[in-house]
Design a protein around this ligand. Sequence first.
Ligand code: T5A
Ligand code: NA
Length: 228
Amino acid sequence: STTSTSKNRGLLILLEGLDRAGKTTQCQMLCNSLNEANGPGSCRVQKVPDRTTQIGQMINSYLASKTTLPDQSIHLLFSANRWELRQTILDSIYSGQTVILDRYVPSGVAYSLAKGVADMPIDWCIAPERGLPRPDITLFLDIEPEHANIQSTREDFGQERYEVSEFQVRVRACFKEILGDGEKNSGVLDMGKVITIDACKDIKTVAADIWQAVQSQDVESSEIATIT
Ligand code: T5A
Ligand code: NA
């Protein structure tokens, strides 16, 4: 069997990483592979933020630098956008469908923390996320913006508010603090089984590495966990 639970619910799988790490590309490839293995419609991708809701449109306008908002306000809007998705995610999973998230809570915390705003410490950033569904598996697509400068070689980098190289270096450090370093240090947030993927490789190799990582996970629990 291919990545299913013994309790016939779907899985919640998160792909995280910096801007242009290849998340959307890999979410689609993983989803296609799972649909081929387990049947059409057995898996779907959910982009976060969901830019289609009213809150999502406010976020979109902020990211495009068409509006400004206090850092606290945009942080809470991103979180509110996840809360809008909570019930449909749970409905999918308990109907047996696997949901692949294209970004989620770690992005919410990392991008806000990386701003270094004095009255937004990590506890403040995490608080509104508590109670959301917790991924079973988190794949961190790791690229090194300071060494490879890989982002600028990928299409459209630099178009949106946070796509500035120095800021991305800080976001990467925040991701590591939140998710752990993949070796000895565990992260501040419990995001299920966390696996770091080298996302500097070519698209097909990254896809194969992700497929292997997902295959090797056994998820036993019949209930989805919540973020604490
Ligand atoms: N944000 C997000 C917050 O501040 N708080 C939050 O709570 C959340 C959820 C929007 C911004 O919002 C911030 C983070 C972001 O700054 P978004 O909508 O996910 O987040 O951003 P997008 O612009 O849609 O996506 P990304 O910039 O993150 O890109 P992806 O999805 O990582 O990369 P992808 O797959 O679109 O690929 C980009 C390009 O690179 C190529 C692709 O073909 C494409 O051209 N590429 C590769 N090239 C070479 N080698 C590879 N291995 C490649 N993989 C992909
Ligand atoms: Na994307």
